[in-house]
Design a protein around this ligand. Structure first.
Ligand code: C2E
Ligand code: CA
Ligand code: CA
Length: 460
C-alpha cells in the first residue's frame, strides 16, 4: 500500500521537525541571547545536576563567579551598545577557554559563572583574570575592563548548590573590596563570617517580634529661634548580647532578607505612639520617619502608609516621610504618585541625603517635594572648603526661591551652624545640638527645653 507508507513517512518527517523545533525553543529558553551562553535559569539546574553526578562519582566541582570591575562606568561612557559588544566578546573568550564539560553562563548584567571539574583552581582563576583583562577594540577604542573572580569548591567548601553559590559570591565580594582585578577562594575567614551572619540573621528574625527594635530620636532645630521643632526617628536594635546596634549593622541585612518592612512598621508604630502626645502638647511640630527605599517601588506604599498612620494618634500633618533621592528617580511617575497621595493627606515628604547621589536636579524639581535634607558630607566641608560653602549657599538660595525648605543634617560644630544660618538654612540637625537618644531622654529634653541643646544666640 504505497499510499499508507507515504503517509507514514510524511508523519515521521513532521514528528522529527516538531522535535527539532521543540529542542530549539528549549535551547533558546536556556540561552542568553547576547552571549549565546547558558542563562541564569539553565545555569542553576545545570549546577544542581553536576553536583548530583559528582556526589555519585566522588568528583569535585568548582564554581567560579566572575564580575567585571568597571562595567557600569564603561557602559555609561561608551553607551549600551558598546557594553553589549564587550559582553559578547567576553562570552566568546570564556567559551574558547573552556573544556568540553565546562558549564559557562551569563547570570545577568556583567556577571558570569563557570562550573568545572578542573582541579587546578588557581590556574583556572588566573586564566579567567587574563581573559577579563585583555584589551578589546570597541569602536576603535582599546578597552580592558578587568574583573574579579570568586571561587568555592564542592564538596570541600559547600555541600549543596545554594551554599556553593553563596560562598562563591562572598569570595567575589572580598576580591572586589580588596581592590578588584583579583581572585579569591572561600576559606576559614569567610566561613566564620558566613556563620556570624547566619546567627545575626536568625537573631534579627527573632528581634522584631520580641520588640528589640526601638525608635530613638534626634531633635531638629529651628535656626532662627534655636528651638527644637521636630524629631527624626532613627531605629536602634537593643541586642541581648551585643548591646545597642545602629542601623548600619542591621538595616542592609534586613533589606536583603526582606525584613526591612517589618522593622519600619514596628519603628513607625512605636514612634507614632511616643510622639503623638509631644505633638498634641505643642512640644514639637513634626516627626520625621525614614522609609526603606525599596518600599517606594511598591505601588501600594503610600496607601498602606496612610492606612497605618490613621491607626495612630499622630496627625498626618505632623508626619514627614524621608526618602532617598536615588530611589525617587528610579520611577519618577510612581514617586510622583506616592508624594501626591501623601501630600493630599497633609503628609510632608522630604528628600533625604541630598548631595550624595547624582542629584539630578532637573528631575527632582519636577517632583512636588517640600523639604530637602542636605547630606552630612556637604555640611562636613562647609566652612572648610570655600567651594562647598559657596555651593551650599547657592543651593539654599535656590531652594528659597522655589519654596523648598532645607534641613541641614550632621551639623557638628558652631561655625557650621552659624554659616548655615547666615546662608538662610531654616532647620538643622546634628551632634552639635544633640545626638540621637531614647524616647524618655528625648521627652525629658523637650519638657525642660530652657536648658536644652547648645542654643545659638537668636539672630537679630
Ligand atoms: P539618615 O536618615 O541620613 O540619618 C542620619 C544619620 O546621621 C543617623 O545615623 C544619625 O545618627 C547620624 N547623625 C546625625 N547627626 C550627626 C552628626 O552631627 N554627625 C554624624 N557623624 N552623624 C550624625 P544612624 O542613626 O546610624 O542611621 C543611619 C541611617 O540608617 C539613616 O541615615 C537612615 O537612612 C537609616 N535608618 C535609620 N532608621 C531607620 C528606619 O527606621 N528605617 C529605615 N528604613 N532606615 C533607617
Ligand atoms: Ca533620614
Ligand atoms: Ca540623611
Amino acid at each position: 500500500m504505497p499510499q499508507l507508507s507515504n503517509r507514514l513517512s510524511e508523519l515521521a518527517a513532521r514528528v522529527a521537525e516538531l522535535e527539532a523545533e521543540r529542542e530549539m525553543t528549549l535551547r533558546l529558553a536556556q540561552t542568553d541571547s547576547l552571549t549565546g551562553l547558558v542563562n541564569r535559569g539553565a545555569f542553576t539546574s545545570g549546577l544542581c545536576e553536576r553536583l548530583e553526578a559528582a556526589r555519585e562519582s566522588g568528583a569535585q566541582v568548582g564554581l567560579f563567579v566572575i564580575d567585571l570591575d568597571r562595567f557600569k562606568h564603561l557602559n555609561d561612557s561608551l553607551g549600551h551598545h558598546a557594553g553589549d559588544l564587550l559582553l559578547a566578546e567576553l562570552g566568546r573568550r570564556l567559551r574558547e577557554d573552556a573544556g568540553p564539560d565546562d558549564l559557562i553562563a551569563r547570570l545577568g548584567g556583567d556577571e558570569f559563572a563557570l562550573v568545572t571539574s578542573d582541579v587546578d583552581v588557581a590556574g583556572r582563576a588566573e586564566r579567567l583574570l587574563t581573559a577579563l583583562g585583555q584589551q578589546q577594540l570597541i569602536y576603535g577604542r582599546a578597552v580592558a575592563p578587568g574583573g574579579s573572580v570568586g571561587v568555592a569548591v564542592f564538596p570541600h567548601d559547600a555541600q549543596d548548590a545554594a551554599d556553593l553559590q553563596r560562598f562563591a559570591d562572598m569570595s567575589l565580594y572580598r576580591a572586589k573590596s580588596d581592590g578588584g582585578r583579583r581572585w579569591s577562594r572561600f576559606d576559614a575567614a569567610l566561613r566564620e563570617e558566613s556563620e556570624r551572619r547566619r546567627t545575626l540573621e536568625d537573631e534579627l528574625r527573632r528581634a522584631i517580634p520580641a520588640g528589640e527594635i526601638e525608635p530613638w530620636f534626634q531633635p531638629i532645630i529651628d535656626s532662627m529661634t534655636g528651638r527644637m521643632v521636630g524629631v527624626e526617628v532613627l531605629a536602634r536594635w537593643r541586642h541581648p548580647e551585643k548591646g545597642l546596634l545602629a542601623p548600619g549593622a542591621f538595616v542592609p541585612m534586613a533589606e536583603e532578607l526582606g525584613l526591612i518592612r517589618a522593622i519600619d512598621e514596628a519603628v513607625f508604630e512605636a514612634a507614632c505612639a511616643r510622639t503623638a502626645p509631644w505633638v498634641a502638647e505643642g512640644l514639637i511640630e513634626s516627626v520625621a520617619c525614614n522609609v526603606s527605599p525599596r518600599d517606594l517601588l511598591d505601588p501600594a506604599f503610600s496607601r498602606k502608609l496612610i492606612g497605618r498612620l490613621s491607626r495612630t494618634a499622630l496627625p498626618a500633618t505632623a508626619l514627614t516621610v524621608e526618602i532617598t533621592e536615588t530611589f525617587l528617580l528610579q520611577d519618577l511617575a510612581l514617586s510622583r504618585r506616592h508624594i501626591e497621595r501623601l501630600a493630599a493627606k497633609g503628609v510632608n515628604v522630604a528628600l533625604d541625603d541630598f548631595g550624595t547621589g547624582y542629584s539630578n536636579l532637573r528631575a527632582l524639581m519636577h517632583l512636588p517635594i517640600q523639604t530637602v535634607k542636605l547630606d552630612r558630607s556637604l555640611i562636613d566641608d562647609v566652612g572648610r572648603d570655600s567651594r562647598v560653602s559657596k555651593l551650599v549657599a547657592s543651593l539654599l538660595h535656590a531652594a528659597r526661591s522655589l519654596g523648598v525648605r532645607i534641613v541641614a543634617e550632621g551639623v557638628e560644630n558652631e561655625s557650621q551652624a552659624l554659616f548655615l544660618r547666615s546662608a538662610g538654612c531654616e532647620r538643622m540637625q546634628g551632634y552639635f545640638f544633640a545626638r540621637p537618644m531614647p524616647a524618655d531622654a528625648m521627652e525629658a529634653l523637650l519638657r525642660e527645653s530652657n536648658t536644652p541643646v547648645p542654643r545659638l544666640a537668636v539672630a537679630s
